[in-house]
Unconditional design. Structure first.
Length: 83
């Protein structure tokens, strides 16, 4: 039994989703190694990229999740810069 792929395999959303995925993974790694503020910058960028993918795919769950995740990391970055 084979399954058909439903996500696009080329185009803008493909690049954004992989860039966002790597940003989030490296951001999590930076958090584990306490590399601040790079962890916040990468995680914010990953959230923004996935937010854009959600818009391109008209996927409300991706839009909502990454709007808040990106916003939370951005607030953390701003707080880091102020203190």
């Amino acid at each position: 039994m084979t399954r058909d792929k439903v996500t696009p395999s080329q185009g803008l959303s493909w690049y954004l989703k992989w860039a966002g995925t790597f940003c989030i993974l490296f951001g999590a790694g930076c958090t584990a190694w306490n590399i601040i503020p790079l962890n916040l910058i990468l995680s914010t960028a990953g959230g923004v990229f996935w937010f854009m993918v959600g818009i391109l795919w008209s996927d409300r769950s991706l839009i909502l999740l990454n709007l808040f995740v990106g916003g939370i990391y951005f607030v953390g970055f701003i707080r880091f810069m102020i203190v």
